[in-house]
Design a binder for this molecule. Structure first.
Ligand SMILES: NC(=O)c1ccc[n+]([C@@H]2O[C@H](COP(=O)([O-])OP(=O)(O)OC[C@H]3O[C@@H](n4cnc5c(N)ncnc54)[C@H](O)[C@@H]3O)[C@@H](O)[C@H]2O)c1
Length: 317
């Protein structure tokens, strides 16, 4: 059997694809970037290339989404839906386009699965659905959007819950939080990510506009991907929403300090005042621990940073 991952060349999706392929599964990756795979430097996916089928699809192009899922339907265990434009200042710059990708792209996947009889879908949602509610935020903490991205993730969850109830589908939401680690270079990310992790890639003299007054549960991508797979593979779940994060809030200035210590020299990083994004922290991960057996490996940020550093160094050679 195979698993189809939308956005499977993205940071989280690529690790989900890798870990599933390592288990011996065939993985169908649907991603707009599929034609650029060879140039993306995803060395871990190259290691399992024989088990991957790459499909270049725009999630907003409903007919293409339908065609691809129809072509693979008979071999599919289910779908893991990852395509989204992630939170951050860029989201607000093109709100209609980004909301469309997050909301319509998600609906296109649910609707195709409904018509084709594909029951199981794990949707990558976000702790953004809690907005700035004070942590620890349990899955029963009420929805609150503090930005358009949060609103789009809430709508994605609600569509999924209603598709499940109305059509007997099994759509589960994995609420992720602030992912870092191998697969994405700080230089390809927002200034605050560059401020936090950039020196690991040799970036210096970074002035980020904000972020110095915040603690968030940054989660190593390996843990994020492992939690998603556990949710996908669980035979039965008694809930549809699961927080998947490290569960440990870390002060941003401590990350800057640890990164400097890992690279072994003083860095010239300045994070401006205030939070990076309006969020509470941490997520309470006790439900995922108990029901899925999820246990994050990198709860000590230092270990996660060291692992990220190793990957970035190897990727540069
Ligand atoms: N990264 C985080 O910190 C974080 C936190 C919480 C939730 N999430 C959620 O996790 C999911 C994955 O996040 P990520 O960090 O891996 O994102 P990412 O930006 O690294 O990956 C997104 C992938 O989707 C593809 N894509 C974008 N638009 C597309 C379209 N219209 N059609 C087809 N493919 C398209 C991109 O090519 C990319 O490979 C998202 O749903 C995001 O909202 C991420």
């Amino acid at each position: 059997m195979s698993v189809l991952i939308t956005g499977g060349l993205g940071h989280v999706g690529s690790w989900v694809a890798y870990l599933l392929a390592k288990q011996g599964k065939k993985v169908i990756i649907c991603d707009m970037a599929a034609n650029h795979f060879e140039r993306m430097g995803l060395n871990y996916l190259e290691e399992v290339r024989d088990q991957l089928i790459l499909e270049s699809v725009d999630m907003l192009d409903y007919h293409s989404v339908f065609e691809v899922l129809l072509r693979h339907r008979d071999e599919l265990e289910g779908v893991i839906h990852s395509v989204s434009v992630i939170a951050g200042p860029y989201f607000q710059e093109h709100p209609f386009k980004h909301l469309s990708i997050n909301a319509m792209g998600t609906l296109n996947v649910y609707e195709t699965c409904r018509i084709l009889g594909i029951q199981k879908v794990v949707n990558m949602s976000s702790g953004a659905v809690y907005g700035d509610a004070q942590g620890p935020q349990h899955e029963d903490t009420p929805y609150k959007a503090t930005d358009l991205y949060g609103a789009s993730k809430i709508s994605g969850e609600l569509y999924g819950l209603q598709y499940s109830d109305t059509y007997g589908m099994d759509i589960r939401n994995a609420r992720l939080f602030f992912v870092y680690g191998p697969g994405k270079r700080p230089s390809h990310m927002h200034k605050v990510y560059q401020g936090l992790f950039g020196p690991l890639e040799g970036l210096d003299n970074i002035q980020a506009p904000n972020g110095s007054e915040q603690s968030l549960d940054w989660t190593h991508v390996y843990d994020t991907a492992s939690g998603i797979i556990k949710l996908f593979e669980a035979e039965q779940v008694t809930h549809r929403n699961f927080n998947i994060s490290s569960g440990v809030p870390v002060d941003h200035l401590k990350i800057v300090e640890e990164v400097a210590s890992v690279v072994g020299k003083k860095t010239n990083v300045k994070l401006g005042p205030g939070p990076f994004v309006v969020r509470g922290s941490p997520l309470d991960i006790s439900r995922a621990r108990k029901e899925l057996g999820f246990e994050p490996r990198f709860t000590d940020i230092r270990e996660g940073i060291e692992d990220y550093y190793k990957w970035l160094q190897a990727a540069q050679t």
